[in-house]
Design a protein around this ligand. Structure first.
Ligand SMILES: [Zn+2]
Length: 342
């Protein structure tokens, strides 16, 4: 039986075709069109339909590079199903180097949106109708916010068995069983029965080579698990560990920060994380971990105001030192791994 054309943004993509299309979102007051570039790869063989999206937050660039490398990768071939790549969902955020939409809205709080809504609402609606609704699965690529770094990690609804299996296949050591935020892409996708993994790695407005490589491998690993690409030369695989919760440690004083711990470090309850000092030389406070866990997020500006978030710690039921060791191995392996550049 012939596979039906995929109708997307007013274009028809046939089985066996690879097409770059631009999906129109809105007419702007500058008399220009707002459109989103999309790269569609369809195999002749039936299989799942998967989207990979980046820059839903316009200043989160590692995902843009992850998708760019995937498209360029010679060894990457979709052998079943359909892959829809959207390297810059919030095109105008990327242009303005901003997390937000030109109407100052957070796109990831604007779902499901509406075809007659504001710019953010229209983009959310287009993304759901033209992309998500076709897809069985999606991988949404993010980074930490501006001046905040995240350890490579996958966040998803891990109570769902199929989502858990895909999150494990991604191949990063840390999985976070995350609650769904209201009006997020993830919430809207659940309603259209699309299973979503959210990948986080690195910092806004920066490229982080390890986070990019972990992301490229992760996407390929998930597609291999779904039978859409042939498995490539295997990297050392990591047992993923699940954190069921996490917390930010906040500053107990205002001042100048000297970090004592880094991303991926294992900390015990009471471990000193940073000192906060006055500009005149005295140490005001030592910030300590409130529970044992692994640092998965960190504020990078060495200046802090009392109450601001400093370290994001994930809590695990497994022994923390095994996780810390795997994180170190992952970082070392990916630093020297050239396979994602071929
Ligand atoms: Zn984000």
């Amino acid at each position: 039986m012939a596979i039906a054309d995929l109708e997307i943004g007013g274009f028809a993509v046939k089985a066996g075709q690879t097409r770059q299309i631009r999906i129109a979102v809105a007419k702007l007051y500058t008399d220009t069109e707002f459109s989103v570039p999309v790269h569609v790869i369809r195999s002749r063989k039936p299989g799942p339909t998967v989207f990979v999206s980046a820059a839903v937050h316009g200043d989160e660039l590692n995902g843009v590079e992850i998708i760019r490398r995937l498209i360029k990768l010679k060894s990457f071939k979709v052998s079943a199903g359909t892959l829809i790549l959207v390297p810059m969902v919030n095109v105008y955020g990327v242009l303005n180097q901003s997390r937000y939409m030109p109407d100052r809205r957070d796109l990831n709080r604007s779902f499901p949106g509406s075809a007659k809504g504001s710019l953010a609402g229209r983009l959310a609606d287009m993304f759901l109708t033209e992309i998500v609704s076709h897809c069985d699965y999606g991988i949404d690529l993010h980074t930490g916010a501006i001046h905040r770094s995240n350890l490579p990690q996958v966040r998803a609804n891990l109570q769902d068995k199929e989502t858990l299996a895909l999150a494990q296949a991604f191949g990063v050591p840390v999985l976070l069983n995350a609650n769904i935020r209201d009006n997020s892409l993830r919430q809207a996708a659940v309603e259209s029965n699309t299973r979503i993994l959210l990948y986080e790695g690195g910092e806004a407005l920066r490229f982080d080579e390890v986070a990019i490589r972990a992301g490229v491998h992760g996407v390929v690993n998930v597609l291999a698990q779904l039978g859409m690409v042939r498995s490539r030369r295997k990297l050392k695989s990591f047992t993923p560990y699940i954190a069921n919760n996490s917390a930010w440690i906040r500053a107990s004083a205002s001042g100048i920060v000297n970090s004592l711990q880094q991303l991926g470090d294992q900390v015990e309850k009471g471990t000193p994380l940073a000192t906060i000092g006055s500009p005149l030389g005295e140490t005001i406070e030592t910030v300590r971990a409130t529970r044992s866990g692994i640092i998965i997020g960190k504020q990078n500006i060495p200046l802090i105001q009392e109450g601001e978030a400093m370290f994001h710690i994930a809590f695990f039921s497994e022994p923390d030192d095994d996780i810390a060791e795997d994180i170190e191995t992952m970082q070392e392996t990916l630093q020297t791994d050239e396979s994602v550049l071929e």
